[in-house]
Design a protein around this ligand. Structure first.
Ligand code: C2E
Ligand code: MG
Ligand code: MG
Length: 577
C-alpha cells in the first residue's frame, strides 16, 4: 500500500482503507465463504490469495466482502455477504459455482488519488446503496476497501452522537418473522427486501415482542459450516436473547453497546417491550455533519499521531522483552487435562499451554504476547522451545510411570502455521524427538482452524509426514473461522476440537447446540475423534455426552496448571477432579 497521506484538514484517510481479500475468479463459492470468515481469525491470520503471492495480516473484524482479481491483479468484481444470502435464497450449490460466475462485475470503485475526502466516499456509497467501496490504483488494481464500518471507526462518531436519540435515525419498519419460519424463507426475504437482518417475534403473544435475531452473517456461517439448513427453522439458529434499547436512548450509548457486544443492529422497543423499530450501524452514520467533523478531527489528528508513535515504541520494547524472556527462562508450560466421556471417564491426555512469567507484570496470557511473536517471527524460536519442553516433560513422566502414577498417553502441543511453513519443520521435529527420547505417538500437534487456508498443498504434505512418524494432528478451535468440515477434510488429521464459543451454554442455546451436535455427527462419520473445549459446567458436559462427544477439556475438569500440579490427575482412580 502507498505511504499514508493526510487530508489537508487532518483526517488520516487511510485509516478508513482496510486490507482487502483478493481471490481469483475460479475460486469456488464455498471457498469464498471460508476466505471471508478467515478475516475473523485470531492472530496468525494470514491469507494467501489463491494465486497471488500477496501475504497480509488482516484485521480482527470479519470481512463482509471479497474482491475478485485477475491473474495480473486487475479488479474484475466483488462479492458481499449480501450476495451469499441471495445464494442461500436461491439454493445455489456453493461447491459447484465459482466466484467469477456470480460476482458483481465492474463494481463502483474509487481511485486512490481521489480518496482525499471521506465524505465523497461516503456519499458515493450512499448514492449507490453499497456498503463496500474498493479503492484501486491507476491500473485498476485494488489497494483496499472502504467500508461503512471502517468509515464509522475513522470518524470517531461518539462526539456527534452524544445529543442525538435513537428515534431520530432508526428504521421504523423492521421485518419480523415467527420462530417456525424456514431458514430458506429468511434468506429469500432478506434478498427481496434488501435487508441484513430479521427480528424473530413471539407468536404466542399479542403484539410484537422480539425473542431473537437472524442476520446475514448467520446465514453465511451456516453455509460455510456446510450444514444442511434446508431443514432448519429460525428458532434453531436465531441469536438469543436479543439485546434491545428504547427509542429515547442516546446514539452514543447505542454505539457503545454495539461495540462492546460486537453486534451490528439493535431492536428498539417501547416501555412495554414491544417492538417499534431497529437500529443498524449504517443508521449511526447518518448523523454526520461534514463541517462539524472537520473541526473536531483536526484536534483528534494530533492526538492520534502522538499515540501512534508511542505505540510503535512500545512494540519495539515488547519484542526485546520477549527475546530476553526466552534467554532468562521466563516462559513456562502449563498443562490442562482432557477426559474421556466414555463409561470409564479416564484421563485422555493433556494440552500444553505456554505462559510468560514477566519479571514485573506477573503471568501474561499467550493471547497477549503471541500476536507480537507472530508478527516479528520470534514465534519460530519460541515454538521450538515449546516442542522441546513438551517432549522433555513427557519423557520424564513416562519414565516415572508406575501402577500409582499413570501419565496420559498423549500430550498436545499448539503449533502456529508459520512454524509449519518453514521448510524443515518435520526434520526439526524429528531431531527434537531423537534428542529428548520422546516418541512421536506421544505428541499431538494442534493447529488452529482459522489459519489453515494458507498453502493447502504444502500443509497437507507436512501433515502426512508427521502422521507417518506416528504423531497425530488436531484441528483446534473448529468453527471459529467458519471453515466447513468439507473444507478441512482436505487436510489429513485425526482429532477435531470444537471451539469454546460453541460449547459455552450449549445446554441453554439451541443455536450452538444445533451446530455442535451436527459437527460431532459429521466428524464421527469421517472417523475423527472429537474434543469439546472450554467445558465449564456439568450441564454442558451432560449435553455433550448425549451428543456422543468423545473427549472434554475445560475448567470443569481442571484449569491449566504447572507440571508439578497437573500430576494429581495421574492417579489410576483419577476421575473428575
Ligand atoms: P487453545 O489452544 O484453544 O487453548 C485453549 C484455551 O482455552 C487456553 O487459553 C485455556 O486456558 C482456555 N480454556 C480451557 N478451558 C477453558 C474453560 O473451561 N473456560 C475458558 N473460559 N477457557 C478455557 P490460553 O492458555 O490462554 O491459550 C490461548 C491460546 O493461545 C491457545 O488456544 C492457543 O491457540 C495459543 N497458545 C497457547 N500456548 C501456545 C503455544 O505454546 N504455541 C502456540 N503457537 N500457541 C499457543
Ligand atoms: Mg489448542
Ligand atoms: Mg482451542
Amino acid at each position: 500500500m502507498s505511504p499514508h497521506h493526510y487530508h489537508p484538514i487532518g483526517i488520516d484517510i487511510h485509516q478508513a482503507l482496510v486490507p482487502h481479500i483478493p481471490v481469483s475468479p475460479d475460486l469456488l463459492l464455498v471457498e469464498a465463504t471460508l476466505v471471508m470468515s478467515k478475516a475473523r481469525g485470531q492472530f496468525c491470520t494470514r491469507v494467501q490469495a489463491n494465486h497471488s503471492s500477496n501475504l497480509m495480516t488482516l484485521s480482527e473484524e470479519a470481512s463482509s466482502c471479497v474482491l475478485i482479481v485477475e491473474e495480473d491483479g486487475y479488479l474484475i468484481g466483488v462479492l458481499t455477504e449480501h450476495d451469499f444470502v441471495k445464494f442461500a435464497a436461491q439454493q445455489v450449490n456453493l461447491y459447484e459455482v465459482t466466484v467469477g460466475e456470480v460476482m458483481t462485475e465492474n463494481p463502483i470503485v474509487i481511485k486512490y488519488e481521489d480518496l482525499t475526502d471521506l465524505f465523497f466516499a461516503y456519499n458515493l456509497m450512499r448514492r449507490h446503496s453499497i456498503r463496500h467501496l474498493p479503492v484501486v490504483d491507476a491500473k485498476n488494481c485494488p489497494l483496499g476497501v472502504v467500508s461503512m464500518s471502517s468509515l464509522r471507526q475513522t470518524l470517531n462518531l461518539t462526539y456527534f452522537l452524544r445529543f442525538r436519540r435513537i428515534a431520530e435515525v432508526m428504521n421504523y419498519t423492521p421485518i419480523v418473522v415467527p420462530p417456525h419460519t424456514d431458514i430458506i424463507d429468511i434468506a429469500q426475504m432478506m434478498e427481496r427486501h434488501h435487508i441484513s437482518s430479521v427480528i424473530v417475534i413471539d407468536d404466542q403473544a399479542v403484539g410484537l415482542y422480539p425473542i431473537g435475531l437472524v442476520t446475514e452473517r448467520d446465514i453465511v456461517q451456516l453455509q460455510s459450516l456446510g450444514l444442511d439448513f434446508s431443514k432448519l427453522k429460525v428458532a434453531d439458529v436465531m441469536s438469543t436473547p436479543v439485546f434491545c434499547l428504547s427509542p429515547e436512548t442516546s446514539l452514543a450509548e447505542a454505539q457503545l453497546q454495539m461495540e462492546s457486544r460486537r453486534i451490528r443492529r439493535i431492536p428498539i422497543v417501547d416501555g412495554e417491550g414491544e417492538l417499534v423499530g431497529i437500529l443498524s450501524q449504517s443508521n449511526l452514520a447518518q448523523v454526520l455533519d461534514p463541517m462539524e467533523v472537520y473541526g473536531i478531527v483536526e484536534i483528534l489528528h494530533h492526538r492520534v499521531s502522538q499515540l501512534e508513535l508511542a505505540r510503535l515504541q512500545l512494540l519495539q520494547t515488547q519484542e526485546n522483552n520477549l527475546i530476553k524472556g526466552l534467554q532468562h527462562n521466563e516462559f513456562e508450560l502449563y498443562y490442562q487435562p482432557q477426559y474421556n466421556l466414555n463409561q470409564a471417564g479416564e484421563l485422555h491426555g493433556l494440552e500444553a499451554l505456554i505462559r510468560w512469567k514477566h519479571p514485573h507484570r506477573g503471568y501474561i496470557s499467550p493471547n497477549e504476547f503471541l500476536p507480537l511473536a507472530e508478527s516479528t517471527g520470534f514465534i519460530l524460536q519460541l515454538g521450538e522451545w515449546v516442542i522441546r519442553q513438551a517432549c522433555l516433560q513427557m519423557v520424564s513422566w513416562q519414565q516415572q510411570a508406575s501402577p500409582v502414577f499413570v501419565p496420559p498417553s498423549s500430550l498436545s502441543v499448539n503449533v502456529s502455521i508459520s512454524q509449519l511453513d518453514v521448510d524443515n519443520f518435520v526434520e526439526k521435529f524429528e531431531q527434537i524427538l531423537a534428542e529428548t527420547g520422546c516418541r512421536a505417538e506421544w505428541i499431538v500437534i494442534e493447529l488452529t482452524e482459522s489459519t489453515l487456508v494458507s498453502d493447502v498443498g504444502t500443509t497437507v504434505a507436512t501433515f502426512q509426514r508427521l502422521r507417518q512418524l506416528g504423531t497425530r494432528i488436531a484441528i483446534d478451535d473448529f468453527g471459529s473461522g467458519y471453515a466447513s468440515l468439507g473444507y478441512v477434510q482436505h487436510f489429513p488429521f485425526d482429532i477435531l476440537k470444537i471451539d469454546r464459543d460453541f460449547i459455552q451454554g450449549i445446554d441453554l442455546n439451541t443455536k450452538t447446540a444445533t451446530i455442535a451436535s451436527s459437527i460431532i455427527q459429521m466428524a464421527h462419520r469421517l472417523g475423527l475423534c472429537v474434543i469439546a473445549e472450554g467445558v465449564e459446567t456439568e450441564a454442558e458436559r451432560d449435553f455433550l455426552q448425549q451428543c456422543n462427544c468423545d473427549v472434554v477439556q475445560g475448567f470443569l475438569y481442571g484449569r491449566p496448571e504447572p507440571a508439578q500440579e497437573v500430576i494429581r490427575h495421574f492417579s489410576p482412580s483419577s476421575q473428575v477432579a
